[in-house]
Design a protein around this ligand. Structure first.
Ligand code: PNW
Length: 488
């Protein structure tokens, strides 16, 4: 008997998951309601001069109160899945493994999950989308202290599996470790500095060491990921029948000068220092050789037992992708205090021209073919099924458009058209195993250090009018695209 799996269609498989994504701190608001305590992002946003427009997520999109409306929107968009995150300090306000559970917080997520299922929408849940309980940062500097953070995170994860795992079958441990480590522990400027805001740059932070801390934080994070996955697999996966993974962010890198071997090496290094940093330990059992070579002892080492625990610790490859950049080899000694300069990379436009047109965030240029290229790179290097968990854009100056114009969001429609077709080509022409797509984001929301200016939503949120929601043209486009491109 031969079972030959060939792609006989030019469509996505009928069980393909699609929908939109959000994160707790960016949409919920109610930062001090029903027993929630602050996370490092509350503290950071409440610190003067950290956020471009001086805003914070105190109210955000008010989704804590409006989640039913959000789910009704999702339903009207025709999605079959929704990706959201759980605020750790809402369910365990102080965060620690001995600390009390906040039942009101647990009930909130339980209600969200029930409401989704009632509407035929699969919950895809991120445990940690950057909002570390403030208490844990004060107690032991969060990700800088592995022997505390790992058991604390594991207990938080266990609580979520216990309370929600009967209904949630798709879990992500961490969202974008690279951002936590590089932007949170080696910030270089106001726009590239995220909570907890540690950096060697004393204008930005009273403490921190950008040469060592990102690698320490990343090491802790990998161990916490592996530990949570072990708990899930040992105590929950079989009865609950779910899967668990991690989501990594990666942008495609193009050698600045195609004739220059050093630029080719730099582009490869850029991918290894972003995706490979976390994916190599998870799929291959250790950090990429290029990282060890460049960082030496600054990069912590895994014991054999840790390597064994990490290897295979993700059922799938969660992937967030936004853009493509030129990368150039950087000559000279490491540029201390600058994440990329430190590893011999320069990001640069070529002769003043970038790969794509400008958007609302300086580094995000739409380059659809970069998506296809990077999906192929991941598939070739790791061979794991890929779940696209974020992709989307904010248009230049969109934040200041009047409502009627904002709803007619042609640049976003163009972006989705390009990127969705590139993903489809990766699947049907290149044979890459992609199983989900989540647009970022369900609605305009609080864009971290950039505040409320950049609008990433397929839904407009009128912050001046009680966070009223209005579907944009892009919501209809994405729906139509999937109706056309998923096999019946
Ligand atoms: C991702 N970078 O963030 C996050 O997962 C979302 O919460 C966020 O809203 C979305 O992308 C849009 O920005 C990133 O500087 C933030 O490389 C910054 C970077 C990458 C991803």
């Amino acid at each position: 008997l031969f079972l030959v799996m060939t792609n006989t269609t030019d469509k996505l498989p009928s069980n393909f998951l699609w929908g939109f994504a959000t994160a707790a701190y960016q949409i919920e608001g109610s930062w001090n309601e029903d027993g929630r305590l602050p996370s490092i992002w509350d503290t950071y946003a409440h610190t003067p001069s950290k956020i471009i427009d001086g805003s914070n997520g105190d109210t955000a999109c008010d989704s804590y109160h409006r989640y039913k409306e959000d789910i009704a929107l999702l339903k009207s968009y025709g999605v079959n899945a929704y990706r959201f995150s759980i605020s750790w300090s809402r369910v365990i306000p102080k965060g620690g493994r001995e600390e009390e559970v906040n039942e009101k917080g647990v009930k909130f997520y339980s209600d969200v999950i029930d409401e989704l299922l009632k509407n035929g929408i699969l919950p895809f849940v991120t445990l940690h989308h950057w909002d570390l309980p403030q208490e844990l940062y004060e107690r032991y500097q969060g990700f800088l202290t592995a022997f505390e953070l790992v058991p604390d995170f594991t207990r938080f994860a266990r609580l979520c599996f216990e309370r929600f795992g009967d209904r949630v079958k798709n879990w992500l441990t961490f969202n974008e470790p690279w951002v936590i480590c590089a932007l949170g522990h080696a910030g270089t400027g106001p726009e590239g500095s995220f909570a907890p805001g540690r950096s060697s740059n004393r204008d930005l932070s009273p403490e921190g060491n950008s040469d060592t801390e990102p690698w320490i934080a990343g090491h802790t994070l990998l161990l916490a990921h592996a530990s949570a996955v072990q708990v899930y697999r040992t105590d929950f996966a079989k009865q609950q029948g779910g899967q668990i993974g991690i989501t990594l962010n990666g942008d495609w890198a193009v050698p600045y000068n195609l004739e220059e071997p050093l630029d080719h090496a730099a582009a490869q290094r850029k991918l290894e220092f972003s995706l490979g940093w976390f994916a190599d330990p998870i799929w291959h059992g250790d950090y990429p050789a290029s990282m060890r070579e460049l960082l030496g002892d600054r990069l912590p080492t895994f014991t054999e037992a840790e390597k064994a625990m990490l290897k295979g610790s993700s059922d799938f490859f969660g992937f967030n992708h936004y853009t493509t950049n030129y990368v150039k080899h950087r000559e000279g000694p490491p540029e201390h205090g600058n994440f990329n300069g430190n590893v011999g990379l320069t990001f640069t436009s070529k002769d003043g021209v970038d790969l794509g047109p400008e958007t609302g965030l300086a580094f995000m240029r739409p380059v659809p073919w970069g998506y296809r290229a990077l999906l192929n790179w991941i598939w070739k290097r790791y061979g794991a099924p890929i779940y696209c968990t974020e992709n989307g854009m904010c248009a230049k100056d969109e934040g200041s458009l009047p409502l009627a114009e904002a709803l007619n969001d042609t640049p976003r429609v163009e972006y989705y058209k390009g990127y969705l077709n590139a993903m489809l080509e990766a699947v049907v022409e290149d044979g890459v195993d992609v199983r989900s797509y989540f647009g970022w984001s369900l609605m305009d929301n609080w864009e971290w250090c950039s505040g409320y200016g950049p609008r990433f939503g397929v839904t407009y949120v009128d912050y001046e009018d009680g966070c009223k929601r209005y579907p944009k043209e892009s919501s209809r486009f994405v729906r139509g695209w999937f109706e056309e491109n998923i096999s019946k």
